[in-house]
Design a protein around this ligand. Structure first.
Ligand code: AMP
Length: 370
């Protein structure tokens, strides 16, 4: 599924571990990743298509890459693997890299990458995510198989939709029929009313202290590694987040307007402290379950995000998982109310670099790369 260990070891054998460069596609959370890598003393490489992109980074000297790899298109990255390995590059994946390359191509990239590439297979389909999260003890919004059964607000999600684009809300079958595009695959989910919390965790399988994740199933009785809460955000979604200003949903329909869920930004939030133990329980279960997924023995490595809604009974519903760094961690380049409790100025990007630095020191890069 991912990169096999033998292959990874063969690549790493030729690496000069005192001269590792952190490489990242210049987009998504790359400012944070480049800044964090620099803070941990790494050389950095930006990968981009188009000179405009490169110029823009000169506006942020603290995150400007030491070197650039300019491409005509992102799939060209696959053919640059040898060049990248000769420079001891470790690539940090983020949502844009996976989107630009496609998850199949990303798995074929012959360069060491941070985290477990195999887990992306589980992240890449809603059904597999559901299976994974439910086996980890998370409760997900209900799925409505037959649109005739819609009897309250639902959200209709298209399979290929990016960042919430094209989703719509329906109250009944008539609403659904009026808006649906039957040519595309979609899922109908119960619309969960509550407040959204996008919780950014980091799982370090090499650490034996702190909040240890207890294994289950074939790993029962074992400590799997340390779970950390880095930060939490809420997304700004256009235009649903500002819709209320124009009146009720009925008023809006009369104006022929439908809410949309396109992500435009992120802001910092904290959750009430009494909900944190439950948040950790869900994240711990999700990590433990990742080690039990079919054909997936390495489990979660590094950053992941549980996207949740808390209802007025203070119950979490988890509607999605991202098994990599999320752009919602960008408000926390200077630290967060959670990561500050462990170490000041520790962004998720920097935490990734710290993890690589420690693994180099302990000669265990193969435990955190794939
Ligand atoms: P997603 O693509 O699953 O991350 O969803 C995009 C956005 O749609 C989320 O950030 C939420 O604002 C909203 N959303 C997704 N699923 C639900 C749900 N089941 N109930 C309410 N809102 C949802």
């Amino acid at each position: 599924m991912g990169v096999d260990n033998e292959q990874l070891m063969a690549w790493l054998k030729s690496y000069d571990s005192d001269d590792v460069t952190i490489g990242v596609v210049a987009s998504h959370s790359s400012l944070q990743i480049l800044h964090g890598a620099r803070m941990e003393g790494f050389k950095t490489l930006g990968i981009a298509v188009g000179e405009n992109r490169r110029k823009f980074y000169s506006a942020f000297p603290g995150a400007e890459p030491d070197e650039w790899l300019m491409l005509d298109n992102y799939s060209e990255l696959l053919s640059k693997a040898k060049w990248l390995r000769e420079r001891n590059v470790v690539i940090i994946p983020h949502g844009s890299l996976v989107e630009y390359l496609g998850s199949d191509n990303y798995r074929k990239l012959e360069v060491p990458t941070f985290g477990n590439r195999g887990i992306l297979h589980w992240e890449s389909s809603r059904e597999r995510q559901r299976q994974w999260l439910e086996s980890g003890g998370c409760e997900l919004p209900k799925v409505i198989d037959d649109p005739h059964d819609i009897d309250g607000p639902v959200i209709v999600k298209y399979a290929g939709a990016k960042g919430g684009e094209g989703y719509f809300i329906a109250r009944d079958y008539r609403d659904f029929k009026r808006n649906v595009n039957l040519d595309e695959d979609f899922t109908i989910q119960e619309y969960v009313l509550g407040c959204r919390y996008y919780m950014h965790f980091f799982f370090d399988p090499t650490a034996t202290d702190g909040f240890q994740v207890q294994g289950k199933g074939s790993h029962a009785g074992k400590n799997l590694g340390r779970l950390e809460l880095m930060s939490m955000d809420r997304r700004d979604e256009s235009n649903v987040d500002e819709f209320y200003k124009l009146g009720s949903l009925r008023d809006l329909r009369e104006m022929n307007l439908e809410p949309s869920f396109v992500v435009t930004g992120n802001m910092s939030v904290v959750i009430r402290e009494s909900l944190l133990p439950k948040a950790f329980e869900l994240a711990e279960g999700t990590v433990a379950a990742s080690f039990e997924l079919e054909e997936e023995s390495r489990g979660m490595i590094g950053p992941f995000c549980l996207e949740t809604i808390v209802n007025d009974r203070l119950e979490f519903r988890v509607f999605e998982i991202s098994a990599r760094i999320v752009a919602g961690s960008n408000p926390f380049i200077g630290g967060s109310p959670y990561s500050d409790l462990n170490e000041a100025f520790m962004s998720t990007g920097r935490r990734i670099a710290r993890s690589i630095k420690k693994a180099i020191k302990n000669s265990e890069l193969d435990r955190i790369l794939s």
